[in-house]
Design a protein around this ligand. Sequence first.
Ligand code: IMP
Ligand code: MG
Length: 173
Amino acid sequence: MSETIREIYSEKEITDKIKELGRQISRDYDGEEIYVICILKGAVYFATELTKRITVPVTLDFMAASSYGANTESSGEVKIVKDLDESLEGKNAIVVEDIIDTGRTLKRLMEILKERGPKSLRLCTLLDKPDRRVVDVHVDYTGFTVEDRFIVGYGLDYAQKYRNLPYIGELNF
Ligand code: IMP
Ligand code: MG
């Protein structure tokens, strides 16, 4: 089996986009503090670069969720594998995700976080595949909108491989 990767967004394009998102978030939260929730593992590369570009005070935390599915599609049944270190009560939380596909995992996760009483709760994703959406998820900040392709790199994996690619590419089999 040979896999090939076609670059879609270069490292430079990603960096420019992250700077833009950082400026936008910094403006939107002027005078406030942000609690950034990085969803492991895919969002790690994005979240660390993004938080470096945010100029208001940031606390970075991590969360890992797994969704059970009967097949390759996520089911929306979410299990929290690693939870946050702190309470969300009264905080401005931003969930940082790698990609929104069907939206099932994130919809459920956002519901769970909302119940914890944050002052505000927003969603920021590096990539969005809107054509694949099966449930409604409101995305506040989007890096790139992509077609229905399998994406790897910059944190995104295929069977745990390719996360470390410095660019975003399309995987072909
Ligand atoms: P959703 O619940 O279907 O939106 O699942 C989203 C999750 O599926 C993402 O956080 C990724 O872990 C994974 N995923 C969806 N599309 C891709 C892709 O194109 N490449 C790599 N992982 C993906
Ligand atoms: Mg993920």
